[in-house]
Design a protein around this ligand. Structure first.
Ligand code: GLY
Length: 292
């Protein structure tokens, strides 16, 4: 294959990257490969933070957020608080391709998905339902643990293409209607054909408050390497949003510059990600940035 780089967040990023790389090898366009890679995670019932199998909001409904961006032409589409459809990244792609809009939410997003021929399905898995019923007994606030914000985010780079997408069920037990970073251009993802792309995972409320991915791409535009841009953007988040004890919000970001330079940074230890350079797939683990 000609030069290519694929990267995706978390352990399940392996699934997304494997699926996408397989399609690229067969000659599929990068956007198709990205969508299929993210679909693989969305449809994996064992992943409790993305698509079918994702944990519901406090009212017991699974509300899904996703966005896709094609650096060429600076095109994007997104859906938020989407109920009843298991592949929100595919609906987001249709928003990008069919509508003049950047983001549809709630009932409007579901109406659009139906109009576009997507099948309405149960999105609450038996396991997620059971966990929600247990939570309802105590209504304990979720601990800020890793599995609470695990977005699948993926970037595919080739010398003439950069596409980026992400999909999540968001914060478990969230208030109905809560929208995280993932469907917000500039927060959960960003791409600029001349510069590169970034995608985030972690506490979506905090990532949104600092427009994390726009910052990464802006720093690369100013001349930073992808690694320096990721490090500095995470440091910025930590400076602005750490709590009174100095504990930073959970966040991690992946970036690829237009020349294929790769970077990754996280505000906490052992953030796992998948990286495929066209020859082999490796699972990396990024340590936390400690100094701000
Ligand atoms: N990053 C996913 C969320 O907090 O919604």
């Amino acid at each position: 294959m000609s030069r290519v780089l694929l990267t995706a967040t978390w352990h399940f990023g392996r699934l997304a990257v494997e699926r996408a790389f397989n399609l690229l090898e067969q000659g599929a366009p990068a956007l198709d490969a990205l969508e299929a890679g993210i679909n693989a995670v969305e449809l994996d019932e064992s992943v409790q933070s993305v698509g079918y199998g994702g944990l519901p909001n406090r009212a017991g409904f699974v509300e899904l957020d996703a966005a896709i961006m094609d650096a060429r032409g600076h095109r994007s589409g997104a859906v938020a608080a989407l109920r009843g459809f298991r592949r929100p990244i595919s609906v987001a792609r249709r928003v990008m391709e069919v509508l003049p809009h950047a983001l549809l939410v709630g009932d409007g997003a579901a109406d659009f998905a139906r109009e576009q021929g997507f099948e309405q399905e149960e999105t609450l898995s038996p396991s997620a339902s059971e966990q929600w019923l247990q939570w309802r007994e105590t209504q304990a606030p979720p601990a800020d643990v890793e599995d609470n914000h695990d977005t699948v985010g993926m970037i595919i780079w080739t010398p003439d293409t950069i596409v980026v997408g992400c999909s999540t069920s968001g914060l478990k037990w969230k208030y109905p209607g809560r929208v995280g970073d993932s469907p917000i251009v500039g927060a959960g993802l960003y791409a600029d054909e001349a510069v590169g792309a970034a995608v985030a995972t972690g506490d979506g409320d905090e990532i949104s408050r600092v427009a994390l991915c726009a910052r990464v791409v802006f720093l690369m535009e100013q001349g930073s390497s992808a690694q320096d841009a990721c490090d500095e953007a995470i440091r910025y988040l930590m400076r602005k949003r750490s709590d009174e004890k100095g504990t930073p919000p959970h966040a991690a970001v992946l970036a690829v510059r237009a020349d294929g330079d790769f970077g990754v940074a996280a505000s906490y230890a052992k953030f796992p990600y998948a990286l495929h350079d066209g020859h082999s797939l490796t699972m990396g683990e990024r340590d936390a940035i400690v100094s701000t």
